[in-house]
Design a protein around this ligand. Sequence first.
Ligand code: MF3
Ligand code: CO
Ligand code: CO
Length: 254
Amino acid sequence: MGNENIILLSAREIEKMRQVGKLAAQLLEHLGKMVKPGISTYELDQEAEKWTQQHGAKSAPLGYHGFPRSICTSVNEVICHGIPNKSQILKDGDIINIDVTPILDGYHGDTSKTFFVGTPSDEAKQLVEVTQECLYRGINAVRPGGRIGDIGAAIQEYAESFGYSVVRNFVGHGIGRTFHTAPQVPHYGKKGTGKKIRPGMVFTIEPMINIGTWEADVLEDGWTALTKDRKLSAQFEHTIAITSGGVEILTLDK
Ligand code: MF3
Ligand code: CO
Ligand code: CO
Protein backbone atom coordinates (compact mmCIF):
# COMPACT_ATOMS: atom_id res chain seq x y z
CA MET A 1 0.00 0.00 0.00
CA GLY A 2 1.14 3.56 -0.63
CA ASN A 3 3.69 3.26 -3.40
CA GLU A 4 1.43 2.15 -6.22
CA ASN A 5 -0.40 4.72 -8.31
CA ILE A 6 -3.49 6.42 -7.02
CA ILE A 7 -6.59 5.25 -8.91
CA LEU A 8 -9.02 8.02 -9.87
CA LEU A 9 -12.67 6.89 -9.92
CA SER A 10 -15.12 7.93 -12.64
CA ALA A 11 -18.45 9.62 -11.89
CA ARG A 12 -20.14 6.24 -12.45
CA GLU A 13 -17.83 4.55 -9.95
CA ILE A 14 -18.31 7.32 -7.39
CA GLU A 15 -22.05 6.71 -7.68
CA LYS A 16 -21.38 3.04 -6.77
CA MET A 17 -19.30 4.25 -3.84
CA ARG A 18 -22.22 6.44 -2.71
CA GLN A 19 -24.48 3.40 -2.68
CA VAL A 20 -22.15 1.21 -0.66
CA GLY A 21 -21.20 4.14 1.57
CA LYS A 22 -24.84 4.67 2.51
CA LEU A 23 -25.25 0.95 3.17
CA ALA A 24 -22.17 0.96 5.43
CA ALA A 25 -23.55 3.92 7.40
CA GLN A 26 -26.90 2.17 7.84
CA LEU A 27 -25.21 -1.01 9.04
CA LEU A 28 -23.11 0.91 11.55
CA GLU A 29 -26.21 2.75 12.83
CA HIS A 30 -28.04 -0.57 13.17
CA LEU A 31 -25.22 -2.16 15.15
CA GLY A 32 -24.79 0.94 17.30
CA LYS A 33 -28.37 0.54 18.54
CA MET A 34 -27.48 -2.95 19.82
CA VAL A 35 -24.59 -1.70 21.98
CA LYS A 36 -25.62 -2.24 25.61
CA PRO A 37 -24.14 -3.81 28.75
CA GLY A 38 -24.47 -7.62 28.48
CA ILE A 39 -24.17 -8.05 24.68
CA SER A 40 -21.13 -9.89 23.32
CA THR A 41 -18.99 -8.64 20.47
CA TYR A 42 -19.75 -11.99 18.80
CA GLU A 43 -23.48 -11.16 18.72
CA LEU A 44 -22.69 -7.83 17.03
CA ASP A 45 -20.63 -9.69 14.44
CA GLN A 46 -23.36 -12.27 13.74
CA GLU A 47 -25.94 -9.54 13.27
CA ALA A 48 -23.59 -7.62 10.96
CA GLU A 49 -23.05 -10.67 8.76
CA LYS A 50 -26.79 -11.44 8.58
CA TRP A 51 -27.79 -7.82 7.85
CA THR A 52 -25.09 -7.47 5.20
CA GLN A 53 -26.24 -10.62 3.38
CA GLN A 54 -29.87 -9.53 3.61
CA HIS A 55 -28.90 -6.30 1.86
CA GLY A 56 -27.20 -8.11 -1.03
CA ALA A 57 -23.70 -7.24 0.11
CA LYS A 58 -20.60 -9.04 1.40
CA SER A 59 -18.44 -8.35 4.47
CA ALA A 60 -14.97 -7.30 3.31
CA PRO A 61 -13.17 -8.15 6.60
CA LEU A 62 -14.30 -11.81 6.59
CA GLY A 63 -11.32 -13.78 5.30
CA TYR A 64 -9.31 -10.62 4.49
CA HIS A 65 -5.69 -11.72 4.97
CA GLY A 66 -7.21 -14.40 7.20
CA PHE A 67 -9.30 -12.08 9.44
CA PRO A 68 -11.88 -14.45 10.97
CA ARG A 69 -14.96 -12.21 11.43
CA SER A 70 -17.20 -9.79 9.51
CA ILE A 71 -16.52 -6.61 11.52
CA CYS A 72 -13.82 -5.27 13.83
CA THR A 73 -14.81 -4.56 17.44
CA SER A 74 -12.18 -2.63 19.40
CA VAL A 75 -12.95 -2.19 23.11
CA ASN A 76 -11.26 0.32 25.49
CA GLU A 77 -7.45 -0.01 25.11
CA VAL A 78 -7.79 -1.80 21.76
CA ILE A 79 -6.76 0.64 19.00
CA CYS A 80 -8.17 -1.30 16.04
CA HIS A 81 -8.70 -4.75 14.46
CA GLY A 82 -10.29 -6.24 17.58
CA ILE A 83 -11.80 -9.66 16.79
CA PRO A 84 -15.41 -10.28 17.90
CA ASN A 85 -15.52 -13.03 20.51
CA LYS A 86 -18.29 -14.97 22.31
CA SER A 87 -16.69 -14.49 25.72
CA GLN A 88 -16.25 -10.73 25.33
CA ILE A 89 -19.30 -9.20 27.03
CA LEU A 90 -19.68 -5.42 26.99
CA LYS A 91 -20.05 -3.76 30.37
CA ASP A 92 -21.19 -0.38 31.65
CA GLY A 93 -18.51 2.27 31.07
CA ASP A 94 -16.75 0.49 28.18
CA ILE A 95 -16.15 2.21 24.86
CA ILE A 96 -16.32 0.16 21.67
CA ASN A 97 -15.32 1.04 18.13
CA ILE A 98 -17.30 -0.88 15.53
CA ASP A 99 -15.70 -0.84 12.07
CA VAL A 100 -17.76 -2.10 9.12
CA THR A 101 -16.88 -2.55 5.43
CA PRO A 102 -19.59 -3.99 3.19
CA ILE A 103 -18.88 -4.68 -0.49
CA LEU A 104 -21.75 -3.90 -2.87
CA ASP A 105 -21.41 -4.47 -6.63
CA GLY A 106 -17.65 -4.81 -6.13
CA TYR A 107 -17.17 -1.48 -4.29
CA HIS A 108 -16.16 -1.04 -0.62
CA GLY A 109 -17.67 1.34 1.95
CA ASP A 110 -15.55 1.70 5.12
CA THR A 111 -16.77 3.48 8.25
CA SER A 112 -16.46 3.24 12.02
CA LYS A 113 -17.58 4.96 15.19
CA THR A 114 -16.81 4.64 18.88
CA PHE A 115 -19.91 3.99 21.00
CA PHE A 116 -20.45 4.28 24.75
CA VAL A 117 -21.67 1.22 26.62
CA GLY A 118 -24.01 2.60 29.28
CA THR A 119 -22.55 5.67 31.00
CA PRO A 120 -18.99 6.75 30.12
CA SER A 121 -16.42 8.19 32.53
CA ASP A 122 -15.57 11.87 31.98
CA GLU A 123 -12.18 10.71 30.67
CA ALA A 124 -13.71 8.38 28.06
CA LYS A 125 -16.34 10.92 27.05
CA GLN A 126 -13.79 13.62 26.31
CA LEU A 127 -11.52 11.23 24.37
CA VAL A 128 -14.38 10.04 22.18
CA GLU A 129 -15.70 13.56 21.51
CA VAL A 130 -12.24 14.87 20.63
CA THR A 131 -11.61 11.89 18.32
CA GLN A 132 -14.84 12.51 16.43
CA GLU A 133 -13.92 16.18 16.09
CA CYS A 134 -10.48 15.06 14.79
CA LEU A 135 -12.21 13.16 11.97
CA TYR A 136 -14.26 16.23 11.01
CA ARG A 137 -11.25 18.55 11.21
CA GLY A 138 -9.37 16.12 8.97
CA ILE A 139 -12.23 16.11 6.44
CA ASN A 140 -12.44 19.92 6.54
CA ALA A 141 -8.72 20.15 5.73
CA VAL A 142 -9.27 18.33 2.40
CA ARG A 143 -9.27 20.51 -0.73
CA PRO A 144 -8.87 19.63 -4.40
CA GLY A 145 -5.33 20.92 -5.10
CA GLY A 146 -4.30 20.57 -1.44
CA ARG A 147 -2.00 17.89 -0.03
CA ILE A 148 -2.59 14.68 1.93
CA GLY A 149 -0.36 16.05 4.73
CA ASP A 150 -2.90 18.84 5.38
CA ILE A 151 -5.24 16.21 6.87
CA GLY A 152 -2.83 14.78 9.42
CA ALA A 153 -1.60 18.23 10.39
CA ALA A 154 -5.14 19.36 11.30
CA ILE A 155 -5.84 16.17 13.25
CA GLN A 156 -2.54 16.12 15.12
CA GLU A 157 -2.76 19.76 16.16
CA TYR A 158 -6.21 19.29 17.66
CA ALA A 159 -5.53 15.93 19.37
CA GLU A 160 -2.25 17.05 20.91
CA SER A 161 -3.83 20.25 22.26
CA PHE A 162 -5.66 17.93 24.70
CA GLY A 163 -2.45 16.04 25.56
CA TYR A 164 -3.58 13.04 23.50
CA SER A 165 -1.41 11.16 21.00
CA VAL A 166 -2.09 10.16 17.39
CA VAL A 167 -1.56 6.52 16.39
CA ARG A 168 1.26 6.27 13.81
CA ASN A 169 1.25 2.68 12.63
CA PHE A 170 -2.27 2.57 11.17
CA VAL A 171 -3.39 5.09 8.55
CA GLY A 172 -6.27 5.94 6.26
CA HIS A 173 -6.19 4.54 2.73
CA GLY A 174 -7.42 4.75 -0.82
CA ILE A 175 -10.49 2.56 -1.39
CA GLY A 176 -12.78 1.49 -4.24
CA ARG A 177 -12.77 -1.95 -5.86
CA THR A 178 -9.80 -2.60 -3.57
CA PHE A 179 -10.17 -2.42 0.24
CA HIS A 180 -6.77 -0.84 0.93
CA THR A 181 -4.84 0.98 -1.80
CA ALA A 182 -2.85 4.18 -2.36
CA PRO A 183 -2.66 6.80 -1.02
CA GLN A 184 -1.79 6.23 2.62
CA VAL A 185 -3.43 8.90 4.76
CA PRO A 186 -1.51 9.48 8.01
CA HIS A 187 -3.37 11.20 10.85
CA TYR A 188 -0.28 13.21 11.82
CA GLY A 189 2.15 15.25 9.74
CA LYS A 190 2.85 18.57 8.08
CA LYS A 191 0.61 20.85 6.05
CA GLY A 192 1.64 21.20 2.41
CA THR A 193 3.42 17.83 2.27
CA GLY A 194 2.47 14.52 0.65
CA LYS A 195 0.53 13.63 -2.47
CA LYS A 196 -1.65 16.19 -4.23
CA ILE A 197 -5.41 15.78 -3.69
CA ARG A 198 -7.29 15.53 -7.01
CA PRO A 199 -10.89 15.02 -8.17
CA GLY A 200 -11.67 11.30 -8.52
CA MET A 201 -9.66 10.31 -5.46
CA VAL A 202 -11.58 8.28 -2.87
CA PHE A 203 -10.00 7.52 0.49
CA THR A 204 -10.71 7.03 4.17
CA ILE A 205 -9.82 9.24 7.11
CA GLU A 206 -9.84 7.21 10.33
CA PRO A 207 -7.95 8.83 13.22
CA MET A 208 -7.08 6.64 16.19
CA ILE A 209 -6.40 8.84 19.22
CA ASN A 210 -4.89 7.64 22.52
CA ILE A 211 -4.99 9.13 26.00
CA GLY A 212 -1.38 8.03 26.61
CA THR A 213 1.34 6.82 24.27
CA TRP A 214 0.73 6.33 20.53
CA GLU A 215 2.75 3.12 20.61
CA ALA A 216 0.97 -0.18 20.03
CA ASP A 217 1.34 -3.88 20.76
CA VAL A 218 -0.23 -6.54 18.58
CA LEU A 219 -1.58 -9.66 20.31
CA GLU A 220 -0.65 -13.27 19.47
CA ASP A 221 -3.77 -13.49 17.29
CA GLY A 222 -1.87 -11.34 14.79
CA TRP A 223 -4.65 -8.69 14.62
CA THR A 224 -5.66 -7.05 17.90
CA ALA A 225 -3.69 -3.80 18.23
CA LEU A 226 -3.70 -2.23 21.68
CA THR A 227 -2.02 0.68 23.40
CA LYS A 228 1.36 -0.17 24.94
CA ASP A 229 0.35 1.56 28.19
CA ARG A 230 -3.17 -0.03 28.08
CA LYS A 231 -4.82 3.40 28.31
CA LEU A 232 -7.95 4.16 26.26
CA SER A 233 -8.00 4.61 22.47
CA ALA A 234 -10.86 5.83 20.27
CA GLN A 235 -11.48 5.96 16.52
CA PHE A 236 -13.92 7.35 13.93
CA GLU A 237 -13.79 6.70 10.18
CA HIS A 238 -15.47 7.96 7.03
CA THR A 239 -14.89 7.20 3.35
CA ILE A 240 -14.75 10.43 1.32
CA ALA A 241 -14.66 11.31 -2.38
CA ILE A 242 -13.00 14.28 -4.02
CA THR A 243 -15.21 15.63 -6.80
CA SER A 244 -14.98 18.75 -8.95
CA GLY A 245 -17.45 20.26 -6.47
CA GLY A 246 -15.17 19.60 -3.48
CA VAL A 247 -15.36 16.93 -0.80
CA GLU A 248 -18.21 14.49 -0.26
CA ILE A 249 -18.62 12.16 2.72
CA LEU A 250 -19.83 8.86 1.23
CA THR A 251 -20.52 6.96 4.46
CA LEU A 252 -23.54 8.96 5.59
CA ASP A 253 -27.06 7.58 5.99
CA LYS A 254 -28.68 10.35 3.96
N1 MF3 B 1 -11.90 -1.52 8.31
C1 MF3 B 1 -10.51 -1.47 8.67
C2 MF3 B 1 -9.97 -0.18 8.09
O1 MF3 B 1 -10.52 0.82 8.41
C3 MF3 B 1 -9.72 -2.62 8.16
C4 MF3 B 1 -10.08 -3.90 8.76
S1 MF3 B 1 -9.12 -5.10 8.04
C5 MF3 B 1 -9.60 -6.49 8.89
O2 MF3 B 1 -9.12 -0.08 7.27
F1 MF3 B 1 -9.10 -7.47 8.25
F2 MF3 B 1 -9.17 -6.38 10.10
F3 MF3 B 1 -10.91 -6.54 8.91
CO1 CO C 1 -12.59 0.59 8.66
CO1 CO D 1 -10.33 1.98 6.64
